[in-house]
Design a protein around this ligand. Sequence first.
Ligand SMILES: Nc1nc2c(ncn2[C@@H]2O[C@H](COP(=O)(O)OP(=O)(O)O)[C@@H](O)[C@H]2O)c(=O)[nH]1
Ligand SMILES: [Mg+2]
Length: 334
Amino acid sequence: MDLAQAEAVADLIDASSAAAAKSAMASLSGAFSKRVNQLADDIIHLRMLVEATLDFPEEEIDFLEKYQAADTLQNIEKELAEILRQAKQGMVLRDGLHVVLAGQPNVGKSSLLNALAGDDIAIVTDIAGTTRDRVTQLIHLDGVPIHIVDTAGLRETEDTVESIGIARSWAEIEKANVIIHLHDARYPGDQLDSAITARLPANTPTLIVHNKSDLLESSPESAIGTTENTGQTLYISAKSGKGLDELRQVLLDIAGWNSSSESPWLARERHLQALKATDGHLKMAAAHAAQTDQVLDLFAEELRLAHDQLSSITGVFSSDDLLGEIFSSFCIGK
Ligand SMILES: Nc1nc2c(ncn2[C@@H]2O[C@H](COP(=O)(O)OP(=O)(O)O)[C@@H](O)[C@H]2O)c(=O)[nH]1
Ligand SMILES: [Mg+2]
């Protein structure tokens, strides 16, 4: 069993849905490791050729041309991109998405949490400032864990407890993977909503969701854009449930979840970082190869670093600190 498989044991124990458990099983049986090892083999082959050329310079082989190194490297990068894409899916399945409900008091944030959870989790009243502390609920969409965080409504307040709650709301917003900025559909273009929008972190995908559409005389159509921060305007009613399926679908899209593609292996942040670092070194190698006066030893060095990064996933090359960290999540008996 290699390191990625050992991690899969812990992930299988912790799996929060059937889909996550299935993917953890795939990792455990070596599906992820196999792809990583195949890619490592391709890099090893290329390294072997370049190191040989470095050792026997008198042969004066134009290495890169003779062995079509550029093509080989391109194929390796393509395969890496595919592994990275599937690893991202696997990470969503393992860690889920943190979705924060933000907005003014009384727009229906707590009602939306309850509607999505299918249960009365948060207190709902028509009194502004009811929610004072964040309430988190785990739901599953398509087997994907989604942590929904309900927050205190954002407004100026003299109330000490409420203002602490609002500070917490902003802290949650900063940590969110996705922000649902809830509006009251009856008051489009509200000034306070614009002020909130201006304060939201620019790099976090944000959905503008107009709630209470049941109170409108005619219900406007939702506009679902293709990019994350533009054009996502949804009309829903937390009360009647209208538009909630659409909202769920948009959340899955943002998570990068594609239910039609085969069940990926489970992946961790560590794996993703290593894959990205591998990609960085391969790109550097390609850049060296593209120069007219090819610096073969730099090319070789970048390939070596790429190889090291990739090997850290399966633990062929891992520091003791890392191993300590990973195995600290195992208890005796597991
Ligand atoms: N008609 C209607 N009322 C809603 C809807 N969502 C919430 N409400 C009402 O709006 C009030 C405030 O809701 P709440 O969920 O506590 O808002 P929050 O302060 O944003 O958490 C309550 O009286 C809810 O019953 C909706 O979709 N339609
Ligand atoms: Mg509330």
